[in-house]
Design a protein around this ligand. Sequence first.
Ligand code: TXA
Ligand code: MG
Length: 320
Amino acid sequence: MLQVTGDIQLAVHELIHGGVVGLPTETVYGLAGNALEATTVSKIFAIKNRPFFDPLIVHVANMEQVKRCSLSIPETLEKLMKVFWPGPLTVLLPKSDEIPDLVTSGLPDVAIRMPAHPMALALLNQLPFPLAAPSANPFGYVSPTTAQHVVDQLGNQLNVVLDGGACEVGIESTIVAWDCNSDKVQVLRLGGITVEQIEEVLQTQVEVKTSSSRPAAPGMLDQHYSPKKPLYLVENQNQIPADAGMYGVLSFNGQLKGPVSFELSTNGDLIEAASKLFAGLRYLDQQPISAMYLQLLPEEGLGRAMNDRIRRAVIKSSIH
Ligand code: TXA
Ligand code: MG
């Protein structure tokens, strides 16, 4: 029987016994299980219907756990961890033997982050192991930003969903790696920490390498994050066909109007918009409309991460 709860002890109990729980983080909700137990990790893949070639992020509460999971920490990444943890930054580190190969899909590096959500940290602090947790959505669909989103899609497969309210950041963590050849930091997934923030700390430019249709490549299938309804990019209101009928718009700064609309931010605030992006796509997907229209956001700060998600969602939608 599913319990949607604020009681961390219920999650501790479930996790200690090899179960998988819905977990709030500041980015999106995760589907969490013992990162050191391959059988638990395989349950996560099964519940999400996720292909085994797409590796999972390991969530930790402290540096001891990082050291347990990894062999070494490049200095440049350590600098970023010190500034942005706990928070929406994931680093790739050479994995230790404690991490089952299933977690990393056989890759030599493990993705690790320390989430900032107080409930996630409190839970991690009560567990004797770190938590592997992908976003708690069926593979390929929009990530969940409330406990209800998790319940709607995966509730029948879980006993516990911790309810920590709506996710503050609303978009997944930024994934970074250190390239020893170029001695540069590479951004493999745009996310809650902006490229500008990272460059400010490192006082140097980073490489952004986020596009990939190679499934084994970090993080990002070209088609991803998709609602089920067809999704079209427009530059302005005039590009929405006059005969579009019952359609929905995902609007920023009040720029698009439609029979059904969801506003990301009426005053052009990218942080507010990021926190509502997935909820907006999900809301429109459930309305009695035949298509949704949206615009790209300004290509700066969190706008870059949002545009990345939007482009992938549109590609998938046009393939349907
Ligand atoms: O904000 C987040 O990162 C959320 C919350 C729950 O922490 N998690 C999340 O997980 O977005 P997921 O599984 O939906 O996306 C993680 C991405 C995957 O697409 C995966 O390919 C990449 O991280 N990744 C994980 N481990 C990796 C590794 N060892 N090497 C390269 N990429 C990796
Ligand atoms: Mg995901």
